[in-house]
Design a protein around this ligand. Structure first.
Ligand SMILES: *Cc1c(COP(=O)(O)O)cnc(C)c1O
Length: 370
């Protein structure tokens, strides 16, 4: 068996060690006589799986005790709608920062759901700059206007398509509660959870298989849900039921739990950050030292360590690059259609050796084609 270096944006690479363990436990989990996919979500085996997963996630992220952790379905996209139904009471307003495709989708969906009920406002956008930088959050920059009475401020801390990342030390200065979509960089670095009212993430970028989304929400933000909200979408109801009002995505939660254990074995998020920073440095250096053969358009301070979009000297080279990289065992490098060019997603589970292999290929390709 030979595994590719998988640079897919999501669903994405998982740690080989975790997949081996899944394989070993597939037919018989810890002597249960059946696999996790086949067991009751109410039984003591699965109860221990979900409780351990939550405890490990709490430990990794340092989640304070007054936050609930929910394992939900519908992906991060469902959260775009579910969030205002839970946290934006009728007649209230929410502010959204638009810094890339995902935050743009988030505001669009919130506006759709809230039409005639509550106000969803664009509080600042970098769309005119082609989403190549984050908003300037300093008080005097005048790029952002936040209504101090807003129920929450929504932002996306890693724009997967445009390749922008916002470190939690550079959040806007505001007393308005902040809600962050961290789908594509959660667990890649330490984060101060207490700075957020809520954090959410779909699993298939940096956590586990698709099918589960994680919501981390401060308890005092619960209980404001619309009266008409479906009960499976009500965070408070889900919290009361330990994410098991109905059948949860058991297999995805199980594999996510194994990834949390794997992250702990790597040394936790401080260690992951070191590794991720190094991987990103290798790749950005290759781009920046290519004398314009490769280009990444994002302002240096805002570049994502997880998703690295880049273009080649001419678009005619794209086909060759994709075919030759694939032949070299480097997969899923085609950029998102809205940005073009290439994109390498280098999540937690992408080993440094994979990034080195990509860099070597890129240097060689350039030598041959420049
Ligand atoms: C992938 C992604 C989403 C959408 O996730 P789904 O689970 O497919 O709904 C939302 N936000 C960000 C930042 C993403 O990367």
């Amino acid at each position: 068996m030979s595994r590719i270096w998988n640079f897919a944006a999501g669903p994405a690479v998982l740690p080989a060690e975790v997949l081996e363990q899944v394989k070993d436990e597939l037919l018989d989990w810890h002597g249960a006589g059946c696999g996790v996919m086949e067991m009751s979500h109410r039984g003591k085996e699965f109860t221990s799986i979900i409780e351990t997963a939550e405890a490990d996630l709490r430990e990794l992220l340092g989640i304070p005790g007054n936050y609930k952790v929910l394992f939900l379905q519908g992906g991060a996209t469902q959260q775009f709608a579910q969030l205002p139904m839970n946290l934006l009471p009728a007649g209230a307003s929410a502010e959204y920062l638009v810094t890339g495709s995902w935050s743009k989708k988030a505001i669009k969906e919130a506006q759709r759901v809230c039409e005639g009920v509550a106000s969803v406002r664009n509080a600042g956008s970098t769309e005119a700059a082609g989403f190549t930088r984050n908003l300037d959050t300093s008080v005097n920059a005048n790029e952002i206007s936040i209504d101090a009475n807003a129920a929450y401020l929504h932002l996306c801390t890693n724009e997967t398509i445009h390749g922008l990342e916002l470190d939690c030390s550079r959040l806007p200065q505001t007393n308005v509660p902040i809600v962050a979509d961290m789908s594509s960089h959660i667990l890649s670095r330490p984060v101060d959870v207490s700075k957020y009212a809520m954090i959410y993430a779909g699993a298939q970028k940096n956590i586990g298989p698709s099918g589960v989304a994680i919501v981390i929400v401060r308890e005092d933000f619960l209980g404001k849900a619309w009266k008409t909200i479906p009960s499976v979408m009500d965070y408070a109801v889900m919290a009361e039921n330990g994410s098991m009002l109905n059948t949860p995505p058991t297999f995805a939660i199980y594999v996510s739990g194994l990834v949390f254990k794997w992250l702990k074995r790597q040394g936790g998020l401080a260690e992951m950050e070191k590794i991720n920073r190094h991987k990103a440095e290798l790749l950005y250096a290759c781009i920046d030292e290519s004398e314009g053969f490769y280009r990444n358009p994002v302002r240096v301070a805002d570049r994502s360590r997880m998703n690295v979009p880049f273009t080649l000297a001419s678009a005619e080279l794209d086909t060759d690059f994709l075919a030759e990289s694939k032949a070299a065992g480097l997969a899923s490098l085609k950029g998102h259609k809205s940005v073009g060019g290439m994109r390498a997603s280098i999540y937690n589970a992408m080993p440094t050796d994979g990034v080195r292999a990509l860099v070597e290929f890129m240097q060689d390709f350039r030598k041959r084609k420049a």
